[in-house]
Design a protein around this ligand. Structure first.
Ligand SMILES: Cc1ncc(COP(=O)(O)O)c(C=O)c1O
Length: 385
């Protein structure tokens, strides 16, 4: 296959107010922390944005006519999921969606379950909404992260009203199987729970032979109790444009969700809409090449880390985030240690599991190789004492 896109191109992000790069503005630290990629968006997205900007009038904007249709076709094509236009609610961010879902269901004082380690807003959204969070630890056996269904059964209370699912899972990189999702859906049905499923990484499955299944597609009954949160932001690298959406098939649940949004959640930025439509309509070829490139990066991380003293990395089935166990190194503050060695990572403690770090490999390969070289040098220093 001839390649159309150059993911190895050096693009200087310094001076663009990039969160990822500005954090270490004054220091020689390669930023592999917050989850955006260093790649330029698909040319079709950039072109659509140019065209919209050159119009020059930026008034209040409704979702463009063709956007819902582009999303519907994409969900049908990718997952065989038949979504109706009225099921879609536009949101300026997925974290907003998580927080709205927590407020929309049940009452203050209710319990909401999530699986840890997990992207931090899953743990903060319930308390921010006057609910309690119940953290159920994922299991990890023989280097494989999984759902601990016994712990899940034990965790549920008479006040449990909702389950927050991260699917695929950030940070452990799992794509939940049909069997796992069915067990969760059965559990939710037995306990009459709403499922809020964050599927922001659905378009970033890297593992050959593995496919993402939206939990809402398991059955009409599961669909009725599910809020699915989606966005083009991770897949097409447009998170700064803030355009996401919730898919809710049940009228009552959707009304409750929209009511909880109230007048607090702002409109989606009009450029976010523009980028989203271009991404879903024209971004597929770019996405396919991106997946190929990310697989190469994922394999490089796996190969290198496997031979580093004290580190263990887990298979990344989806996302561009590697979850690494550093406990055997005996390093007390891994984020600081790696920063001092010139690599900026995310700390596991923020995800509810100290002793781990998360490495974002959504960058050009030469930079990743240099970061991994620095990690190796630093660890060899530790091993030498
Ligand atoms: C699982 C998950 N959900 C949500 C987000 C962020 O979504 P947004 O920026 O749209 O609020 C991220 C970003 O890293 C994520 O990993």
């Amino acid at each position: 296959m001839t390649k159309r896109y150059d993911f190895d191109e050096i693009i200087d992000r310094r001076g663009t107010a990039s969160e990822k790069w500005d954090k270490y503005r004054e220091r020689d630290i390669i930023p592999l922390w917050v989850a955006d990629m260093d790649f330029r968006s698909a040319p079709e997205i950039i072109e659509a944005l140019h065209e919209r900007v050159s119009h020059g009038v930026f008034g209040y904007t409704a979702p463009p006519e063709g956007l819902a249709q582009a999303v519907i076709e994409s969900l049908q094509g990718e997952f065989g999921w038949q979504v109706q236009k009225e099921w879609i609610t536009w949101l300026p961010g997925l974290v907003t969606g998580l927080n709205v879902a927590c407020r929309a269901v049940g009452e203050e004082g209710d319990d909401i379950i999530t699986f840890t380690p997990v992207y931090p807003p899953f743990m903060s959204a319930p308390p921010l909404s006057g609910r309690n969070v119940i953290n159920v630890a994922l299991s990890c056996e023989d280097g494989h992260w999984g759902l601990d269904l016994d712990a899940l059964e034990r965790s549920v209370t008479s006040r449990t009203s909702q389950l927050l699912l991260c699917s695929p899972h950030n940070p452990v990189g799992r794509v939940w199987t049909l069997q796992e999702l069915t067990a969760l859906a059965d559990f939710a049905a037995r306990r009459d729970l709403v499922i809020c499923s964050d599927e922001i990484h659905a378009g970033l499955v890297l593992q050959e032979g593995v496919r993402h299944i939206p939990i809402a597609t398991l059955s009409p009954e599961t669909s009725r109790r599910t809020v699915t949160l989606l966005a083009p932001s991770k897949t097409f690298n447009v998170p700064g444009l803030g355009c996401s959406f919730a898919v809710i098939s049940d009228d009552t649940l959707r009304r409750a969700f929209r009511k909880a949004m109230g007048r607090i959640v702002p409109h989606v930025n009009l450029l976010g809409y523009t980028a989203a439509e271009a991404a879903y309509r024209h971004g597929e070829e770019w996405r396919r090449e991106l997946i190929g490139y990310l697989r190469g990066n994922r394999d490089l991380v796996a190969r290198e880390v496997a031979t580093m003293p004290g580190l263990k990395v887990f298979p990344v089935e989806a996302t561009y985030l590697a979850w690494i166990d550093v406990r055997e190194t005996g390093i007390g503050d891994p984020v600081r240690f790696f920063e001092e060695a010139g690599i900026g990572l995310s700390g596991g403690a923020d995800f509810g599991l100290p002793g781990f770090v998360r490495l974002n490999f959504g960058c050009r390969r030469a930079l990743l190789a240099e970061a991994l070289r620095r990690v190796r040098v630093a660890l060899e220093g530790v091993a030498r004492g």
